[in-house]
Design a protein around this ligand. Structure first.
Ligand code: CP3
Length: 352
């Protein structure tokens, strides 16, 4: 596992160390916009079958790396592997997103949850991490990830995706202690899970807080940020003789970037609703920033896509500490050739 890393731009930029150009990777870079992904998924039979098969998870993790000169690979998996391992009856129905057969809404439901052992119920993820590290052979670093306790909790309490978050918000107002109990359980699972990913070879880790932005500022601190801080504080700091940078991304968290930067993470993800210049002023150089091209810019004609990409690069300004990414995941209807244009534009931009 101590193979030499040929391209460590991501790890350096995440720690605000100087790099000759800005690294780029893309949220959901392995996914349905790639025909080779669709073929492997068809071979697997279902999304969960793909996630639980380390050989196939490794194959799809490498697909975007083989196609584009990206600066990082991200483990192919999902934030819902933890609830899946807790036996809440997770299924992905084609075109409908995740569904949870046994939502968690009472103290009895929480007490019934199995605490997954990463080396057992989540072994397939840990095996995938080790295999991907081996197959990458030091080409680029591997990012491991988990959902934030709050975001994973929304799926568990709602029983799937939601627009209003009615069940979990009702719980938050009616019985906050119950929600704190669930989040406490999720913190323990997430720490064990991410530390197992690091031990197996993940060289950076990211917390996806996709739904933190639906909270009020006070609720965000109490029910999302505080739990992410507990996770961050308990993560293994070094592996393979190098720091393992930690990225925290709250979608819709533009107003709270300074607070996020203060929890001990190395980098903060920024969605497309906040200008990077504003974001940089907010975090005051304490952390690196990751983002934040509007994912829909990938629908633009190439010239417009190039100028939108340059706008993001320039809005960060001079100096180290920027990892280029989208403000959220690539959507399935994107033309892979546009992704090639984006990656080329970022690679050709010499750092100011
Ligand atoms: O970035 C990557 O390339 C790594 C893979 C990755 C997936 N999910 C694969 C996936 C990552 C990092 C995730 C995280 C994830 N999963 C999040 C947080 C990030 C985000 O996008 O906000 C969330 C909220 C989920 C939960 C989830 N998984 C939903 C709501 C869905 C259905 C919606 C959809 O896009 O279809 C999934 C399924 C999923 N996870 C797919 C992929 C490629 C599509 C499944 C398929 O192939 O049919």
């Amino acid at each position: 596992m101590t193979s030499l890393l040929k391209n460590d731009l991501l790890l350096r930029a995440l720690l605000c160390e100087p790099t000759p150009r800005r690294p780029i990777w893309l949220m959901r870079q392995a996914g349905r916009y790639l025909p080779e992904y669709r073929a492997t998924r068809a071979k697997a039979g279902s999304f969960m079958a793909l996630c639980t098969n380390p050989d196939l998870a490794c194959e799809v993790t490498l697909q975007p790396i083989d196609r584009f000169p990206l600066d990082a690979a991200i483990l192919f998996s999902d934030i819902l592997t933890i609830p899946h391992a807790m036996d809440v009856g997770l299924e992905f129905e084609a075109g409908e997103g995740p569904k949870i057969a046994r939502p968690v809404r009472s103290a009895a439901d929480i007490d019934k949850l199995k605490i997954p052992d990463p080396g057992h119920e989540l072994r397939y993820v840990i095996d995938a991490v080790a295999l991907i590290r081996r197959e990458l052979d030091g080409r680029v670093p591997l990012i491991g990830f988990a959902g934030s306790p709050w975001t994973v909790g929304t799926y568990m309490v709602e029983g799937g995706g939601s627009k209003t978050f009615g069940h979990i918000k009702r719980m938050m107002y009616e019985s906050p202690a119950l929600l704190h109990r669930l989040l406490g359980v999720l913190v323990r699972c997430t720490i064990a899970y991410l530390n197992a990913q690091i031990a197996a070879g993940a060289q950076a880790v990211m917390l996806f807080d996709t739904w933190g932005g639906v909270l009020t500022p006070a609720q965000y601190e109490e029910f999302s940020l505080r739990y992410m801080q507990q996770v961050i504080e308990a993560l293994t700091r070094d592996a393979d003789g190098r720091r393992v940078p930690r990225i925290v991304f709250t979608k819709g968290g533009g107003a709270w970037l300074a607070k996020i930067a203060a929890i001990g993470c190395d980098a903060v993800g920024v969605d497309w609703t906040t200008d990077l210049k504003t974001a940089r002023a907010a975090v005051g150089g304490r952390v690196a920033l990751q983002g934040n091209l509007d994912p829909s810019a990938l629908f633009a004609p190439p010239d417009t896509l190039r100028s939108e990409t340059l706008r993001v690069l320039e809005s960060y300004g001079e100096g180290p500490g920027h990892v280029f990414n989208l403000g959220h995941g690539i959507t399935p209807d994107v033309d892979p050739q546009r992704v090639a244009v984006l990656v080329e534009t970022v690679r050709n931009y010499v750092i100011g």
